[in-house]
Ligand binder design. Structure first.
Ligand code: IFM
Length: 453
C-alpha cells in the first residue's frame, strides 16, 4: 500500500541543547540546573553528564551534522536554545557568543533549505535562577519572557515555528514532583506550583510574540507529551478512576488551561488543601495561558497502564506486549488515539505537529560497521501508518519529527539509551547513519509510506 502525505508536509527530526551540544561552559555559558544535577553524585546512570554529549557546539561538527540532515532529506529540524548560553545567570543582556551559535544553526538550516523549529525551553533553567526558587517563583516567568524576547528579537523573522515549553509535564512531575530530573525537587505542591508557572510562561510568550501579536511570521505553540492512560483492568471501576486521575495529572493538567482556560475540576478538588486552593493562580493567569496558540506540538511515545492501589495510591503496571529498550510499550494505535482525542476535545482545526516520536533500542555497530536497527524501522513505519490514518480522519497534521536525529544524552539514563537515526560513537564522535536513516530518507523522498497488506 502506498500511503501518501499532504504536499509540504514537514518531515523532521528533533534534538535538544543539553542532550547534544556539550561545551558546558564554552563562550561564557553559565551553568544550568542540568549541569548542576548531573554533577551531583547518584543522579544519573553511570555518572554520565552532558559535558561533551555529541559535541554539536563545535563549528565543524555543526556543519557536518547539518550536511547529514541534507542527506536525510529533512524539511524541518527541531533544536533548543540553552537559556544559560544566552543569559548565563538568567537575567540581563544577551551573551553575544552564545546567541551567535544559534544564529549559525538557523543560518545553516536556511542555507540548506530546512525549516528551523526552535524550542525556547527544553529544561535548561539557569542555575542562578534555581537558587532564587526557579519555577516555584513567579518571577521566573518574567525572566523567561525577557529571555524569549532576546531570542525573538535576534531570530524572530528567520524562525517560523517557536516552541515555548517542551513537555511541561516532564519538568513538572519528574523535575519538581519525583526528583528524577533536575532540579530534583519532590512533592505534589512543588509540582503543581511549577506547572502553573511553566504554563503561565507559555501564555505570556504566545501573547507577546505569537502570530497575532507580530503579524504572522513567527508561530508559537507549546509541546505536550500526551499519553493514553489505560485502566489495568478495564472492568474495574477503581482502576478506571485511578486511570482518570493519572490522565488528569499527565494530560488534562496542561491541555485544559491552554485550550479551555481552566484547570480540571477533579485535579483542583484533589489538591485544594495541599495548595491552599491553587494559591499561586492570580485572576488574570488562566486567560493568559488560554491565549490562542498558533499550533500545538505533540510528543507521543507510549501509553500508561494504571491500577488502583491501597491508601488512595495509583500503581503503574508494566507494559503488555512488545516494548522498547526502556521498557516502554510499543503501541502505534495509541498514537492515533492521542491525535484524534486532542483534535476532538481541544484543538479543532488548529495545526498539530508531531514534534517527537521514536524509540530506544540496544543499537550497536556490527562487524561491518553498520547499525541494522530494524526494530526502529518497524516502530517508525507502524507509527507513521497511524499518523496517516489520523490525517485521513481529518486531523490537521502539518508535520512529523523523529526523536531523535542523533543518539544523545538521555537524562537520568545517561548514554545507555539510543534514540537516534544516526549512531554516535561517543569516544570518537563519529556518526554512522543507521538503517532507519536510509528508510526515513526513502519516506521523505516519496512523501509517502509503503506498507504491506
Ligand atoms: O529524550 C527525551 C526528550 O528530551 C523529551 N522527550 C522524550 C525523549 C525520550 O525520553
Amino acid at each position: 500500500m502506498h500511503l501518501s502525505f499532504p504536499a509540504g508536509f514537514l518531515w523532521g527530526a528533533a534534538t535538544s541543547g543539553y542532550q547534544i551540544e556539550g561545551a558546558a561552559d564554552a563562550d561564557g555559558k553559565g551553568p544550568s540546573i542540568w549541569d548542576r544535577f548531573t554533577h551531583t553524585p547518584g543522579t544519573i546512570l553511570h555518572g554520565d553528564t552532558g559535558d561533551h554529549a555529541c559535541n554539536a557546539y563545535d563549528p565543524a561538527r555543526l556543519s557536518a551534522d547539518l550536511d547529514l540532515m541534507v542527506e536525510l532529506g529533512l524539511k524541518a529540524y527541531i533544536f533548543s536554545a540553552q537559556w544559560p548560553r544566552i543569559q548565563p545567570d538568567g537575567r540581563g543582556p544577551a551573551n553575544a557568543r552564545g546567541l551567535d551559535y544559534y544564529r549559525r544553526v538557523v543560518d545553516g538550516l536556511h542555507e540548506r533549505g530546512i525549516v528551523p523549529i526552535l524550542t525556547i525551553y527544553h529544561w535548561e533553567l539557569p542555575q542562578a535562577l534555581q537558587e532564587k526558587g526557579g519555577w516555584l517563583e513567579r518571577d521566573t516567568v518574567e525572566r523567561f519572557v525577557a529571555y524569549a524576547g532576546i531570542l525573538h528579537g535576534a531570530l524572530g523573522e528567520q524562525v517560523p515555528y517557536w516552541i515555548t515549553q517542551n513537555e511541561p509535564h516532564t519538568s513538572t512531575w519528574e523535575g519538581h514532583g519525583g526528583g528524577r530530573h533536575a532540579p530534583g525537587l519532590r512533592g505534589e505542591r512543588n509540582a503543581l506550583t511549577a506547572a502553573h508557572h511553566l504554563l503561565l510562561s507559555h501564555g505570556r510568550v504566545v501573547r507577546e510574540f505569537g502570530a497575532a501579536a507580530t503579524g504572522g511570521k513567527a508561530h508559537y505553540g507549546a509541546v505536550l507529551a500526551i499519553t493514553p492512560v489505560r485502566a489495568a483492568d478495564p472492568a474495574s471501576a477503581a482502576d478506571r478512576a485511578a486511570a482518570h486521575r493519572v490522565d488528569g495529572e499527565q494530560n488534562r493538567l496542561f491541555l485544559d488551561p491552554i485550550f479551555r482556560g481552566e484547570y480540571p475540576e477533579d485535579i483542583r478538588a484533589r489538591y485544594r488543601t495541599l495548595t491552599d486552593d491553587f494559591a499561586f493562580v492570580r485572576p488574570e493567569d488562566l486567560a493568559i495561558i488560554h491565549t490562542p496558540s498558533d499550533f500545538l506540538g505533540i510528543n507521543y511515545y507510549t501509553p500508561t497502564r494504571i491500577a488502583a492501589g491501597p491508601d488512595d495510591r495509583v500503581l503503574l503496571r508494566g507494559p503488555l506486549g512488545p516494548r522498547t529498550a526502556m521498557d516502554w510499550a510499543i503501541d502505534p494505535a495509541g498514537f492515533h488515539e492521542v491525535l484524534t482525542r486532542v483534535r476532538q476535545e481541544y484543538t479543532g482545526q488548529l495545526p498539530l505537529i508531531v514534534t517527537e516520536n521514536g524509540a530506544s533500542f540496544r543499537d550497536y555497530l556490527d562487524p561491518e560497521g553498520r547499525c541494522r536497527d530494524t526494530e526502529r524501522v518497524d516502530f517508525l513505519r507502524d507509527h507513521l501508518r497511524e499518523a496517516q490514518r489520523a490525517l485521513a480522519d481529518g486531523v490537521p497534521l502539518a508535520g512529523y519529527c523523529v526523536w531523535s536525529l542523533l543518539d544523545n544524552f538521555e537524562w537520568d539514563s545517561g548514554y545507555r539509551e539510543r534514540f537516534g537515526l544516526v549512531y554516535v560513537d561517543y569516544a570518537t564522535q563519529r556518526r554512522v547513519p543507521k538503517e532507519s536513516f536510509a528508510w526515513y530518507q526513502g519516506v521523505i523522498r516519496a512523501n509517502a509510506l509503503e506498507v504491506g497488506g
